[in-house]
Design a protein around this ligand. Structure first.
Ligand code: AKG
Length: 275
C-alpha cells in the first residue's frame, strides 16, 4: 500500500486547488487526428444506433452542430480508446488520482468518455460536480479534459470555483431557466459562486480536476469551435454504485490492479445529447 506524500508538484497543486492544468501534454498533430475522428463519429460513420448517419455532403459545421455531446466514444473508436490510455495522461493519473485520500495503492480505472463539439452558438454546461452523478464518494474521481482547440472565454472555456472540492459537500442539482446560456443539464445550487475563474487553455493542454470541484462552461459566443475529449477516472478500489448497478463494471483499468476483476466487465452504452 502506498500512501500519498505529495511526491511531486503536480500532487501539491492538485490537492490544494482541486485542479491542475498541464499545457501541451498532447501534440497539435494528436489534436488534429482526434478532430478528424470526431467528425467521423458525429457524422454517424460508425453506425451506432444513438448517432444516425448524415449525408457525406454535410459540412463540418452541420455535422458538429447537430449533437452537443457523444458519450462513450472509446467503445467503438480505437483511436479514442488510445487516448483513454495515453501514456502521458496516465503518468499524471498515476501520481494524483489518490491525492485526496489517505491510502491508495496506485490503481486507476476509467469509467466514462465524452466528446463535446461546442460549435459557435452552442450553450454551456451549468454548475455541477462530476461526483454528483458518478458516485465514488472516496474523493478519487477526476475529470481529464483535453482541449482540441484553444479554449477561451469567448468560445466557452471551463470556469472553476477553486477550493470548492475541499469540504467534500455535494451540492444538489435542479432544472434551471437559463437556457440561453446553458444546456438542459440540471444546475447545482446552494453555494456562493463569486470567486469563479476561467481556465483558458491552448489546444493540446489537459485539465485534470477533482470530481468534487464545482465547475461550469458558458455559451460559445465566438466564431470558433471548442472541441474537447473528456474522460473520467477514479481509484480502482472505488465501488461505483452507478447507472443502477451495485458496482458499475463498464471500466478500463489504466494503472495497477482491479480488485473487482472477478466481477467481470460490461460494455458501456453509447449515447448522444442533442440539446
Ligand atoms: O466541456 C464542457 O463544456 C463541460 C464539461 C464538464 O463539465 C465535465 O466534463 O464535467
Amino acid at each position: 500500500m502506498q500512501t500519498h506524500k505529495h511526491p511531486n508538484p503536480w500532487g501539491e497543486s492538485y490537492i490544494n486547488d482541486g485542479y491542475l492544468m498541464i499545457p501541451d501534454l498532447v501534440t497539435l498533430e494528436e489534436c488534429d487526428t482526434l478532430k478528424s475522428e470526431m467528425l467521423k463519429i458525429f457524422r454517424g460513420d460508425y453506425g451506432c444506433a444513438a448517432i444516425p448517419p448524415m449525408p457525406e455532403t454535410a459540412s463540418e459545421t452541420q455535422v458538429l452542430d447537430r449533437i452537443m455531446c457523444v458519450g462513450e466514444p472509446h467503445v467503438f473508436s480505437p483511436l479514442v480508446r488510445r487516448y483513454i490510455e495515453h501514456p502521458k495522461i496516465c503518468a499524471v493519473l498515476r501520481e494524483i488520482v489518490g491525492a485526496h485520500i489517505p491510502f491508495w495503492d496506485g490503481g486507476v480505472k476509467c469509467m466514462q468518455s465524452m466528446m463535446l463539439s461546442k460549435v459557435p452558438g452552442h450553450t454551456g454546461n451549468p454548475w455541477h460536480q462530476d461526483e454528483h452523478p458518478i458516485p465514488t464518494r472516496d474523493r478519487s474521481l477526476i475529470g481529464v479534459w483535453i482541449t482540441l482547440d484553444d479554449a477561451t472565454i469567448e468560445n466557452g472555456c471551463l470556469w472553476m470555483l477553486p477550493n470548492s472540492h475541499r469540504s467534500g459537500v455535494i451540492y444538489d442539482r435542479q432544472p434551471h431557466n437559463k437556457r440561453d446560456e446553458f444546456d438542459s443539464c440540471h444546475e447545482a445550487f446552494g453555494f456562493e459562486d463569486g470567486d469563479e475563474i476561467p481556465i483558458e487553455m491552448t489546444a493540446g493542454s489537459v485539465l485534470f480536476f477533482n470530481g468534487y470541484l464545482l465547475h461550469r462552461s458558458k455559451k460559445n459566443r465566438s466564431n470558433t469551435f471548442r472541441r474537447i475529449l473528456v474522460s473520467h477516472y477514479c481509484s480502482t478500489a472505488s465501488w461505483l454504485g452507478w447507472k443502477g448497478q451495485r458496482n458499475y463494471r463498464g471500466t478500463i483499468t489504466v494503472a495497477g490492479e482491479d480488485p473487482y476483476a472477478d466481477e467481470g466487465y460490461v460494455t458501456p452504452n453509447i449515447w448522444a445529447r442533442w440539446e
